[in-house]
Design a protein around this ligand. Structure first.
Ligand code: ADP
Ligand code: TRP
Length: 340
């Protein structure tokens, strides 16, 4: 993939407590991509999408806390704010001017089809409620705000999980419609980028690890919390000496997503041949997790207790972000309002 001189942008919503699925599945690859983009002279943009969270989060203190936690987490996990543009969406008011303009080019039907809205409608229908009960315009028009996030930087590529592909396609369609309307390239058409090699990490009960299932291994948990989660990973009761197919074993799926290759190979061999017990594997997994996660947790604790340092990075990022967005917004605005 040619990243040279490209603008690569990702937004992260403030969320509840992070788990290792978030880290290995989304955060780590995003941060590594940032290093790669920087190395070849591209622009890597990473922001905390706090305005996006308002459609579901009305507890302001909680929202502020979640925003702080996610910003501190990204820095602790290796995002380099000198290499990646790092800011809070709410600190770049130009984005909201951009959003208002985009509204006028977005067919309402696009929003009816957006899967976040559709899922909310389906839930209402299943409960026998009116289809739009409890659905606010923030949720309904979410893809337009996300299109502004993307289009405002002349973004080339947006790395996203599968669930976000539709939103990037909507952004591309809106940009295409605008360019067609004015007969020139007003806005750059973005592409999405899905990471093929990152797999869904299962949780301790075998379903996708997710905070909503309560089956997580916490990313910044204490050693005791990690131990409790690892020991709680579901296992079967096959005899220790029976040779096993590692691909059918939940514990091994987690091991494969988390431990270094050498250890994964050792465990795979032990299972295939028989003789390696689940208890031993859990101990290896726990030790590996503690080794990998302790420095991350320490850095996270540092940033949470020195939050003014995080705030300072975000402030610098917002100033830079505004200076990048301003000319794109002016180009868009001048075109639409006939000022050029
Ligand atoms: P959750 O399911 O815990 O609510 P989110 O939906 O907030 O997690 O996910 C945030 C990011 O982390 C997304 O990009 C998602 O793809 C990634 N992610 C979440 N759970 C996993 C998992 N079990 N394996 C891999 N990636 C995951
Ligand atoms: N909607 C994304 C999510 O739920 C977060 C997000 C907001 C985003 N704006 C973005 C992602 C722009 C990529 C580009 O995860």
């Amino acid at each position: 993939m040619d990243l040279k001189n490209k603008v690569i942008l990702t937004g992260v919503k403030p969320t509840g407590t992070l788990h290792i699925g978030n880290y290995f599945g989304a955060i780590k690859p995003a941060i590594e991509l940032g290093h790669q983009v920087h190395a070849v002279g591209g622009t890597h943009v990473m922001f905390v999408a706090d305005y996006h969270a308002v459609n579901f989060m009305k507890d302001a203190a909680m929202l502020a806390q979640m925003t702080r936690e996610i910003a501190a987490a990204y820095l602790a996990l290796g995002l380099n704010p000198e290499q990646s543009l790092f800011y809070r969406q709410s600190d770049v008011p130009e984005l909201f001017e951009f959003t208002v303009l985009l509204n006028n080019f977005t067919p309402k039907g696009f929003m009816n089809k957006a899967h976040g809205y559709k899922a909310a409608v389906d839930k209402n229908i299943a409960k026998g409620e009116p289809q739009d009960a409890g659905i606010n315009m923030g949720l309904y028009t979410y893809p337009i705000l996300m299109a502004a996030d993307i289009l405002a930087y002349d973004t080339d590529m947006v790395p996203v999980g599968k669930d976000q592909v539709q939103h990037v396609e909507i952004a591309a369609d809106i940009a295409g419609a605008i360019n067609a309307c004015y007969g020139k390239q007003v806005l750059k058409i973005p592409q999405y980028l899905t990471q093929q090699h990152t797999e869904v990490l299962p949780g301790t009960d075998g379903r996708k690890m997710s905070k909503s299932y309560g089956n997580v291994i916490p990313l910044f948990g204490t050693d005791a919390e990690l131990k409790k989660a690892v020991m709680g990973i579901k296992t079967d009761c096959q005899d220790i000496n029976v040779p096993k197919n590692p691909d059918e074993i939940l514990l091994f799926e987690i091991v494969r997503g988390v431990l270094p290759t050498e250890q994964v190979n050792e465990i795979e061999e032990g299972l295939r041949q028989g003789g390696m017990g689940y208890g031993t594997i859990k101990k290896m997994l726990l030790a590996g997790l503690i080794e990998q996660l302790t420095p991350l947790r320490d850095r996270y604790d540092y940033y949470m207790t020195h939050y003014e340092e995080v705030e300072a990075f975000l402030d610098v990022g917002a100033t830079k972000a505004r200076s990048l967005v301003r000319p794109v917004l002016n180009r868009f605005k001048d075109t639409v309002l006939g000022r050029i």
